[in-house]
Design a binder for this molecule. Sequence first.
Ligand SMILES: *[C@@H]1O[C@H](CO)[C@@H](O)[C@H](O)[C@H]1NC(C)=O
Ligand SMILES: *[C@@H]1O[C@H](CO)[C@@H](O)[C@H](O)[C@H]1NC(C)=O
Length: 135
Amino acid sequence: MAVKMHLSFFIFATIGCMLLVSVSSTTHIVGDKMGWNVPISPKFYEEWAQKRTFVVGDILLFQYHTGLNTVILVGKDDYDNCTTRNIIHIYFRGNSSIPLKKPGDYFFFSSVGKHCEAGQKLHVTVPSHPTQSSN
Ligand SMILES: *[C@@H]1O[C@H](CO)[C@@H](O)[C@H](O)[C@H]1NC(C)=O
Ligand SMILES: *[C@@H]1O[C@H](CO)[C@@H](O)[C@H](O)[C@H]1NC(C)=O
């Protein structure tokens, strides 16, 4: 009996968590109308990210045309220097949806030409304990 109750509570809690995640998930269109392109101002994507909050389960949607841009996920060193020594993931098929599955820092840039040097780079932080005032 105790085992049964425990199991039903577990199932209930799991469903509750799933609902919570799906309700709080937001898709952020990176750069809004600008999409994912070489920006006019080198600080464009930094400013875009500063205006938002990101939580676990959110999705970043990078809108770009295949072949003209890429989205690569790198560490901080590569991000700071616009180098590609340690690429964690590369997205290149156009319009990439990237889920923020866990807390931490995410560093992206476009590895085409000198796009990164021109400011086509994005750093977002996903806190492990999101504040209530998100979005
Ligand atoms: C990359 O950047 C880090 C600090 O951001 C610096 O310490 C390091 O020397 C740089 N590496 C290269 C190869 O420029
Ligand atoms: C990407 O999304 C934009 C806007 O929704 C759309 O116009 C475009 O055709 C899409 N491109 C690709 C490669 O999917």
